[in-house]
Ligand binder design. Structure first.
Ligand code: AMP
Length: 219
């Protein structure tokens, strides 16, 4: 069972993916998290990706695909459920993902399109905070940590992502409409596309998500 989450920045798909990880033990593959890890580690790939991310542009496909390939190439990965969060981001990446899946004798079974009004997303993103250690995200109003400004898991001070400022957010949204949005048609043709109204409260979104996914997980 392999699931792709699609949606513009700030729609809350990372939060929902984390909730699925916690409840069902699925594996999340977030290319944004992997790229931020590479930057933190100061790896050559991280250094190459940094400028693109700071500008809100897509990192070149070959860099991102290498990261995904590495994550999926674990023994018996065809038996695991992956949630791809923020990948693929364009048609070429979707075609490559299909090939990666074929190689592990698996396929994408479900693609979820998270939808929300643009201005709501932008105001949500400005309140987003992230744990610099585990990359779990919180919101100062909608998804507060148990202790003020500390990660629930790592107890580390939360930070604001450097690309969560309004001008970069708008650039990331524009990139979404130009490059990522056409994926909906790609997956609609395969009849595996479902949509969720992500403007509902987080717990309600999760219930909608579970209604789509739980039967497929055998839960
Ligand atoms: P995210 O954490 O998913 O919001 O991604 C943050 C940034 O990482 C994006 O604005 C891109 O610069 C880069 N990025 C993440 N995933 C991809 C991807 N699949 N392809 C290209 N760039 C990506």
């Amino acid at each position: 069972m392999q699931i792709v989450f699609i949606g513009p920045p700030g729609v809350g798909k990372g939060t929902q993916a984390n909730m699925l990880v916690d409840k069902y033990g699925v594996l999340k593959i977030s290319t944004g998290d992997l790229l931020r890890d590479a930057i933190k580690a100061g790896s050559p790939l991280g250094n190459q990706a940094k400028g693109y991310m700071e500008r809100g542009e897509l990192v070149p496909d070959e860099l991102v695909l290498g990261l995904v390939q590495e994550k999926v190439s674990i023994p018996q990965s065809n038996l695991k459920t992956f949630i791809f969060d923020g990948f693929p981001r364009n048609i070429q990446q979707a075609i490559e993902l299909d090939k990666i899946m074929l190689n592990i004798h698996s396929k994408i079974n479900l693609v979820i399109d998270f939808t929300m009004d643009e201005e709501d997303r932008i105001s949500r993103l400005s309140g987003r905070r992230m744990c610099p250690k585990c990359q779990r995200t919180y919101h100062i109003k909608f998804s507060k940590p148990k202790v003020d400004n500390l990660c629930d898991i790592c107890s580390v001070q939360l930070v604001q992502r450097s690309d969560d400022n309004e001008s970069v957010i708008r650039q990331r949204s524009a990139v979404y409409w130009e490059h990522t949005r056409p994926l909906l048609e790609y997956y609609k043709k395969q009849e595996i596309l479902k949509s969720i109204d992500a403007s509902q409260p987080i717990d309600k979104v999760f219930i909608s998500l579970e209604n789509l996914i739980a039967p497929l997980l055998g839960a």
